[in-house]
Ligand binder design. Sequence first.
Ligand code: SF4
Length: 473
Amino acid sequence: MTRKYAVRTFGCQMNAHDSERIAGLFEHEGMERAAHEDEADVIVLNTCCIRENADDKLYGTLGWLKPWKEAGIDRQIVVAGCLAQKDKERVRERAPFVDVVMGTHNVHRAVDLLKATAGGAGITEIFDEAVIDDHALFPSALPVRREKSYNAWVTIQIGCDNTCTYCIVPSVRGAEISRPFADIVAEVTDLAAQGVTEVTLLGQNVNSYGRDLSLEQRRLGDHDVRVRPQFADLLRSVGAVEGIRRVRFTSPHPKDMTTDVLHAMAETPDVCEHLHYPLQSGSDRVLALMHRGYTGARYLERLAEARRIIHDLAVTTDIIVGFPGETEADFTASLEVAAEAKFDSAYLFIYSPREGTAAAEMTEHFVDPAVAGERFDRMKVVLDRTAVLKHRERIGRTEEVIVEGRNKRDETMLTGRTRQNKLVHFASNEMLRVGTYAQVLITDAARFHLSGHLVEVGDAPQHKVRLSVQAVG
Ligand code: SF4
C-alpha cells in the first residue's frame, strides 16, 4: 500500500522551501501526501528556532503525536529544521519515540533516514555544515513538491556570514554559500517552461550573493576587483528568462545594498517594485549592539536613493523594540527613523532572547516587558499610520494583480497580489483561475490590504494544475 506523509512547517520561507523538498523527496520515492494528518504514515515537523516559544510548540505537538504514533506499528515521526539542528540530542531525550531527528544540512537524507529507522530504532543525524554535493547543498536542487503552481521559491544562497547578535541563523544554517549562477538561471528557465510566472529568490542575505564565489576566484589567483557574478547580475539574468513576469527576492541586508542592485531593479522590468529592507532599530547605539553594520542616517540615505532610482517602490521592513539596553532615547530614534522612512508595512517584534545568541547573554540589560510592550504600541501607531497613507495613495489607480484565489472571508470576492506585494480583495463577475493576471481598479485602502473591482482579465495561467515532482539542477 502507498505510504502517506504530512509535513507541518514552523517558521520562515527557507523552512517552507525545505518542507517542499522533503515532500518532493517522499513523492519521488512513491509516497503520497495525506489529505489529513490522521491518514498519514509519516509526520514531519519542520521546526524553527527563530520564533518565540519554539520549544514549547515542538514538545507540545510531540505530546499530541505520541498516542498517534503508538496506535500504528508503521507510523514514523521526523523532527527536522533549525530547532533539531540547535538542540541536537535534546529532542531525542525529551521525545525518545521520535524516529528521525535531522538537521538543516541533512534534508537530502530524509528518505534514507526514514528507511534506516523502519525497524524501530530511532536515529539522529545532524551535519554541522552543508555537504558539498550537488544535491545536498541547495534546497532547490532536489525533487520538490511545490505548494503553489504559478510561483516558486528559488534558493540562491544558504547560510549567513553576519553576526547579528539577536539571531540564531548563522549557528543553525552555517556559513554563506552561493549557489552557482548558471544553476539558478537554469532552474528558473525550467520553472518558466512549466508555467511558473513569478519567482522569489531566497537567501538570508541575498544582496551579498556571489561574495563567496568572488573570494574563491581571488583565492585561485583572479585578482579582478569586481569579480562577477553578483546579485545585480543575477536579477538581470533571472529577469530576462522568457515567461517569468515577476521576480521578487528576500531578504536583502541594508549594509550590503549597492547602487548597482538598485539600478538592476529599476532597469529589469520583471523585477517587482518592492523592497523588504529590514531596519531593526533606528538608534545607532542599538544598531551597533545588534552588529547591523549601518546607522539610522545611512539607512535613510540608501532608502532615499532606492526610491529615487526605482519608480513607485514599496518598502517593507522588520523592527525590533526592547532590544537589551534600549533606552527611551534609543527608542525615540527608532520612532523618528520609522516615521521618516514611511514604510508600506512592517513586521514589528518585541525582543525575546534566543538561546545561543550573544544578545541572550545581555540579561542585565533586558528591558522591562511592560516598557517594551508600551514601546511596541507606540511604534505600531506610527507604522499603521504610514501604511494607511501609503495604501490610500493607490486609490484610483488600476493595478496589475496575480490572482491567488477566493477571498477567505467573502467568497464572492477574489484576492490577488500587486507587483508591490500588496494584497487586493476585488469584486469580479467571473471566477478567475489562480495564477491569472488581471487589472483591478483600486477603490479603497486599509492597513493590510487594498480593495477594488475587476477592470480587465489579462493573461491566463500557464501552469499545469499541479507541477510534477522532478529533480532539477
Ligand atoms: S543577516 Fe543577521 S538577521 Fe539576517 S540571517 Fe544573518 S545574522 Fe540573522
